[in-house]
Design a protein around this ligand. Sequence first.
Ligand SMILES: [Zn+2]
Length: 307
Amino acid sequence: MEPENTEVSAESGGPDAAVDGDTGTGEAPGAATLGMIQLAVEELWPESLAEDWDEVGLVAGHPGAEVRRVMFAVDPTIDVIEEAIDFGAELLITHHPLLLKGVTSVAANTAKGKAVHRLIESGTALMTVHTNGDSAVGGVSDVLADALGLQNVAPLTPAANGLPEEGIGRVGDLEEVLTLGDFAARVFGILPSVAGGVRVSGDRDGLIRRVAVCGGAGDSLFGEVRASNADVYVTADLRHHPASEAREAAVNDRPYLIDVSHFASEWLWLPAAAEALGNVLTDQGHDVEIRVSTTNSDPWDFILTPG
Ligand SMILES: [Zn+2]
């Protein structure tokens, strides 16, 4: 399936009495300021849940600026930024940071600088919800686990500064035993369609019930996956050596591995995130239109396979 153009309209919910006016002044009735949306984002995906190495939060924009349209996307690529500008978004929220590593220039003739210029010159703010969005309840791996039908879900690695149900990755049980082949078909079916498809390591007829997932690159969690007694691990960006060594270390041939597109595994979160933010803003009486990007920012375009 292609990423759907999911729109969530946070309709005006009446008087705006609960909103703290210190974060901006002069906005039209029902409108939110960027600062107010920052507070709503913090409520849903607290920055304290982000990993130490991560950079999350506001990247560009005036906290007092009025926001009527918001777009969610996985990557702050230039195509995504142009889509946000065409939509008329005053705020683009992406999962991946534009500026994770230090830069010494944002000159417009560099890729990052061009992105920064397009954002600022068009009046589009940029905000990052990355590992805080992974860890939170209703975050990337929670949405993936839910879409796969997992029950009794718990984090693979509980958050250092969070609730027991918060943390990186998730593990849970299918309602019924499935073959690896049938489960892989389920994984394929819930994700947006991308060139790389879904790769599987293991016996197609092997039976599975306990499933570990980690949206995005999850090859640092093999120890936790083994400790969770998962029959199969669904994650992205599995490189040769970690994958090969994990299969060599398998007990009773498990965990099997299912390697999916990094983009696709995280895209699933966007509609859920848009709905969650829309609900918070509606409850606060704001009228903000929220859309999910339809740009496929998976970097791969085609694949050759035998047969
Ligand atoms: Zn990612």
